[in-house]
Structure formats: C-alpha cells, structure tokens
Design a protein around this ligand. Sequence first.
Ligand SMILES: [Fe+2]
Length: 295
Amino acid sequence: MYQAKGFALTAVPSFPIRTDGQMITPGELSSGFACPLDILRQLNSLFAVLVCHHAHWEPRRPLKIVIISDIHGNLAALNALPEHNFDELWCIGDLVDYGPNPHEAVEWVRQQTKLTVRGNHDHAAGFSVDPQCSAPFKKLAEDTLRFTRAVCTEEDLDYLRSLPVRQELIGRSTHFYLVHAMPSDPLFGYCPKESERWKQEAAEIHADVLIVGHSHTPFVRQEGKVTILNPGSLGQPKTGRPLACYAVWEDGRISLKEYEYPVEEAIRGIRRLPIPPNEQDALIGLLQTGSLPID
Ligand SMILES: [Fe+2]
C-alpha cells in the first residue's frame, strides 16, 4: 500500500503497474495504477511475469475501488464499512471534526487507504484555522475543532497537513481527479449536486471521473465527458436517512451505497464531547435523522 503524499500523479506513465503487490497478468499490461513510489517494486514484478509466466494467461478481473468521504471522527461507521474485498480504498477528505473519534479516524485512514485528499476540516485541524463552514455549522465546527486538536497527536496533525488537496491518476485507462470540494476551490468551495456550476468545473479539468465530497450528499452526474461522483458522507450523511454512505467504482460501473451502523455507539461518544448540550443534541439529531434539526 502507499500513501502518495504530495505526489502529483498527473503525468502518469503508460507503465504496466500494479500497486497491490500482486503479479501483473498479461491482460493487465496496459492498465493498473501508477505511482512514483511503486515503479521500482513493480518493475521487479514485471520482470518475474515476463520471465516465468510467459505462457500463463489469466482473464482480467474487474478493478474495484471503494470510495469514502467525510468521516468526521465517526469510528462506529468506519468500523462497520461492509467492504472487505477491493483493490483500492480512497478517501475524499474530512477525516475529523464533529465526531468523537478524530484520532482513531486518522489512524484508520492512514492504515487502510491508498489515496486521501485533504478536506476543509483536516486543513482547519492541521493548521489551526477556520474551516469556513456555513452558519448552522460554524459553532459546532469551532467547538469540536478544539476537541479534535486536543486529542489528535502531533503525528495525526502532521498527517492532516501533509495530505494533498488534489490527486490525479490513471487506472484502467480512466483518468481520475480527486478533490474534497471542487476543482476551482478544492478545500472550501460549496457546490450542491444540482448546481449548474458543475458544468464549468468539469469543463476546466482534464479527467474522465471527478470525485468530490464536502456536501455530504451522494450523487453521480454527467457533464460532457466528465462523470462527477460524490460518494456522500460516511460519518455524517445528509440524506434524510441515518445510513452511512460510500461509493464503489468497478471498471467503469459506479454504485452509490448505504449501510446501517451502530449509531448509538457514535451518540455515546458525542455525549462525552466537551461541548454544550444543545450542540451535542444537534450532532446527535443529525446522525439519527440525516438532516440538521437546528436553525
Ligand atoms: Fe465534511
């Protein structure tokens, strides 16, 4: 596994590369993922394939990518993620704030994901700045940010600071562009799923699939040649349902998914947060209903 911290993956070589350490099959020789950190390791695998397996042809299996976003310290939802067999796990940012387990969420993401981009809350925690939330969330974000910074280790905060704000890479001939909010304003821009602004955002990038988070509402829409995917929020969904959201990309097929998780466990954690009871109620109501019960 790799964490491509700080690497710009725009210039992806047409290299026969896999990042999971498995042998390259002949059917995959023009596909797979590329990352500078993997090139030497994968060259070794390629050599082994060419020398030892020239007559052993295997059918190409689908490449499965699980995409999560906006975890917000909800470890109960993370631990219940119902996906165990996949090639890659990507995270579109906002690991921390609002939820009771920011440190554990950072550790989980560091260990489990191959690609992660920085969200506005990761940026705020890492650099101790304003996450620039909308009015109903401003005070909640401010108060939980203090808690987040208190319980995260220096290593956690370093990690959040080190996350890239965008990632681009090519896999199976598909050019992916990952950013937390939107390409023109990767950390803070707010663009709801029905906004006409997505047309312009899509027109200004070179990619087949643009993956975003931030709005906590899942959607897929097509703008010209660009498919825009928002997997929704795993830890604080705003769908009107108390179900954690994520998405799966499998050789071009996109599925938006939801699952039940032990919400009560997350609620117990929120009750222990050092924030006023009305703010705890708001965060709990959000998890229970999938919508904000305050003005
Ligand atoms: Fe978020």
